[in-house]
Design a binder for this molecule. Structure first.
Ligand code: F6R
Length: 243
């Protein structure tokens, strides 16, 4: 595991974007595993800037997103589908037919999850998986639990996640309570993993995930078993780690 300590969120975002862009340059037809949330937005902005300068080409890139709220339609501005259009896809030359997000509109959870596992298999596996870290140590929407779930599954979001995500919704009642998410095996099968974390409210999760015991009660802790993980985190997020 490599840890890259950055000054602040902007510094974290630029360094993460550098690693993502290196992946695209080295393998133009790579498969990127992408995340939503606040953590990767700055990196996406930086990638868009480099694309606009002519330094990056997404035309052969395939992307698979980690997760989606169950029940939200594509045009719902809180859906992760919508987030990805707004924060990355519509600004670069990625081929829309090669961007995948779990389909939250499929009501039958088993059908939705099997379909997504099949997509991940059909794209040939993930070259670089970008991850944020939940305050409770979740990755994707793999919430603390007694066991690790392997593949895409439907989860009941924990109160801590609902509270954390309420900031994006008009009221707490509007936050969906379930989501479809890639499982731990899907994530761990990626060739490389890049985790971004910023801010003091992530300090516990970072410490427990990267330095604590490996347990499904801190899903991010499983990353310690991956052979090629880079954590790019700012000083505040690393403040509880003795480096
Ligand atoms: C998002 C995702 C989540 C977030 C995590 C951190 O697709 O899978 O695991 O990465 O909740 O969210 P932020 O970055 O908003 O703090």
């Amino acid at each position: 595991m490599k840890i890259c300590k950055t000054k602040d969120y902007n510094d974290m975002s630029r360094k993460a974007a550098n690693l993502i862009s290196a992946q695209i340059i080295m393998k133009p037809n790579c498969v990127l595993g992408l995340a939503t949330g606040s953590s990767p937005i700055g990196a996406y902005k930086q990638l868009i800037e480099w694309y606009n300068k002519g330094d990056l080409d997404f035309s052969e890139v395939t992307s698979v997103n980690l997760d989606e709220y169950r029940g939200l339609t594509h045009d719902n501005d809180q859906s992760y589908y919508y987030f990805m259009q707004e924060n990355l896809f519509k600004h670069v030359n990625i081929d829309a037919s090669r961007t995948f997000v779990p389909d939250g509109t499929i009501e039958d959870a088993q059908e939705a999850c099997s379909a997504y596992n099949e997509i991940i298999r059909s794209v040939g596996g993930i070259d670089l998986q970008l991850l944020g870290l939940g305050r409770n140590g979740h990755i994707g929407f793999n919430e603390p639990a007694d066991t690790f779930e392997k593949e895409t599954h439907c989860v009941n979001l924990t109160q801590s996640t609902i509270d954390a995500n309420a900031r994006f919704f008009a009221s707490r009642e509007e936050v969906p309570t379930q989501a479809y998410t890639m499982g731990i095996k899907n994530i761990m099968s990626a060739k490389k993993i890049l985790v971004v974390a910023s801010g003091e409210d992530k300090a516990d999760a970072v410490q427990k995930s990267f330095f604590g015991p490996i347990t499904p009660h801190v899903p991010g802790s499983v990353l310690q078993l991956h052979p090629d993980v880079v954590l790019v985190a700012d000083e505040a997020a690393l403040s509880k780690c003795s480096l």
